[in-house]
Design a protein around this ligand. Structure first.
Ligand code: SF4
Ligand code: ZN
Length: 326
């Protein structure tokens, strides 16, 4: 049995980067201290905040909701609520929502569930089927990501959020970094940083990633220790089509051979973002000519998808991709 490096209790986690072992209590202290430091370092939260946590009901978002709920007890100027996006993925999302409801019987945070069906007229499963019928490329994760980001911003704004907190951890952002490198879409990197909202728009709610400096493994242990995970594991049926999961496997293998690879990639990514932001700051986020939401094009990606799927009448517009100067 491996013992904690700080006391005699059994270790629940070994950090292979600093070679320290942590028992339950010392792991909790280590984890919470690290996340609080990230919040301070990037000035994520002020004295008065209406924090809306984007929650899927999975381990990461439940860990974030629990952590911010706990922290809010010591910060009287903060209110914490949850926003759950129900994409409509059968045999998956209903279980994670059930997990959120189970945990929230204890936390009792105000929450709202917003579904693709309610806002766009189709569940994700129906969109995928419609796409197939229309002979469109098979894009479940692209629909899911675009519509989910769109709804998080729109509904959080309706909920009066001053800030939206998302549970992206170090693994998530590093995977996104690699994906952007592979797809030659570095201009999208700006939104992968710890705080998003460098280019201002009155309808854009500032987004923060308090878990950006903790790994998925650490977040998972925190969630397990606090009873935030359902005993059964449910996997999204579309996950196998997402290149992210292959990158995730590869990065875990690299980390196994050389601990610290993910941290190194995160540091590189943050350096590139800093250089990108000095240029992006000067640019305005546009307003979608169809729905009026913030957009990087004349017509936002969600409206483009809605037109392709027959959920909106088609209009013609020009798409121009602007590449950043590094
Ligand atoms: Fe959405 Fe794809 Fe993730 Fe499933 S795997 S939740 S479809 S992004
Ligand atoms: Zn739009």
């Amino acid at each position: 049995m491996v013992k904690c490096s700080f006391c005699d209790k059994p270790a629940v986690y070994i950090n292979r980067v600093n070679n320290l072992a942590y028992c339950r209590q010392h792991f909790t202290e280590y984890f919470e201290k690290k996340v609080k430091k990230t919040i301070r370092k990037y000035r994520m939260l002020g004295k008065r905040e209406n924090i809306v946590v984007a929650v899927s009901g999975g381990k990461d978002s439940m860990a974030l909701l629990y952590f911010l709920w706990k922290l809010s007890k010591k910060n009287p100027g903060w209110s914490v609520s949850a926003l759950i996006i129900d994409e409509g993925i059968k045999n998956y999302r209903e279980y994670t929502i059930r997990n959120f409801l189970r945990v929230n019987e204890i936390l009792k945070v105000p929450y709202r569930i917003a579904s693709f069906k309610e806002y766009f007229g189709m569940t994700l499963d129906e969109m995928v089927e419609e796409g197939k019928k229309k002979g469109l490329p098979y894009l479940p994760c692209a629909y899911c990501g675009v519509f989910r980001r769109y709804l998080i911003n729109k509904v959080a704004r309706e909920m009066g959020a001053t800030v939206v907190a998302t549970a992206h951890n170090m693994d998530d952002v590093v995977q996104t970094f690699i994906m952007n490198l592979a797809k030659d879409t570095l201009e999208k990197l700006a939104r992968s940083g710890p705080v998003t909202g460098v280019a201002r728009h009155e309808k854009f709610v500032r987004r923060i990633k308090p878990f950006i400096e903790v790994t998925e493994k650490e977040t998972t242990i925190y969630a397990i220790l606090n009873g935030l995970i359902e005993p059964e594991y449910y996997k999204c049926p579309y996950a196998e089509y997402n290149i992210r999961f292959k990158i995730r496997k590869l990065l875990n293998e690299l980390e196994e051979v050389q601990p610290g690879v993910k941290q190194g990639l995160l540091n590189s990514m943050l350096g590139i973002i800093e250089s990108l932001n000095s240029r992006i700051k000067a640019e305005e986020i546009k307003t979608c000519e169809i729905c009026g939401e913030p957009s990087s094009h004349r017509v936002c990606r969600a409206c483009q998808f809605r037109m392709e799927l027959g959920l909106l009448p088609r209009v013609s517009f020009e798409l121009r991709r602007e590449k950043p100067a590094l």
